[in-house]
Design a protein around this ligand. Structure first.
Ligand SMILES: C[S@@+](CC[C@H](N)C(=O)[O-])C[C@H]1O[C@@H](n2cnc3c(N)ncnc32)[C@H](O)[C@@H]1O
Length: 197
């Protein structure tokens, strides 16, 4: 019974994600058409739970490892005036995402390694488990070199597999957010992290 209910919930998420993707021009695959696009996309309902009441009008939004750009779709729908930056390592994926979103002047897609391309003016950085442990370590060191606690920059780490790296580092304050969802198909955990003195 639990298996059936989780299958139904996942199926309805697939359909909902597909319909939302189409509003921005293209089915992005990932969470439901893995063979077509070899990258995972965040779920739209999860994104609503992650960002609702947590984005300011003057935030510069950065998706670290933006993949097909679904997070940027969500930001465009709910915060269409904010400046948005997606950083993507894969040339092919970055190029397709850049072309798809080229009609939005407030969106920039940077192709490159996020560790070397974090924009200095970013204020809210989102990352959906894009890195293995060793890269998360480098990411942590780069953030600490580049940003100061006084800047009040926030880092949203979804499906935060290697969050222990930040938890063990006294330079960080880490807050866990339970995004809920049905017990048979709960959303992943979100960590909201800030640098401290
Ligand atoms: C799980 S996908 C997330 C896509 C998107 N952020 C979302 O939530 O829908 C992670 C993406 O990070 C990209 N990535 C992995 N390592 C990266 C790096 N060092 N710099 C930039 N992008 C990277 C991968 O190519 C992949 O497209």
């Amino acid at each position: 019974m639990a298996h059936l209910s989780s299958t139904i919930i996942r199926g309805s998420r697939i359909v909902r994600n597909l319909v939302m993707d189409l509003r921005f021009g293209k089915v992005l695959g990932g969470t439901y058409l893995q063979k077509i696009k070899p990258t995972e996309n965040s779920d739209y309902e999860a994104l609503s739970r992650i960002f609702k009441n947590r984005i300011n009008d003057d935030d510069i939004l950065v998706d670290v490892g933006c993949g097909n750009g679904r997070v940027i779709n969500w930001w465009l729908q709910h915060h269409p005036k904010n400046k948005m930056i997606g950083i993507e390592l894969s040339e092919e994926i970055a190029s397709k995402t850049s072309v798809r979103l080229q009609r939005f002047p407030n969106v920039t897609i940077i192709q490159g390694n996020a560790i070397e391309s974090l924009p200095d003016d970013g204020t809210l950085f989102y990352f959906y488990n894009p890195f293995k442990r060793d890269v998360v370590r480098k990411f942590n060191e780069q953030i600490k070199r580049q940003f100061k606690s006084t800047q009040n920059v926030r880092f949203f780490y979804y499906n935060c597999k290697y969050v222990d790296i930040f938890e063990r580092d006294p330079k960080w304050h880490v807050e866990f957010v339970d995004l809920g969802g049905p017990s048979s198909a709960p959303f992943d955990t979100l960590a909201i992290m800030r640098l401290i003195e």
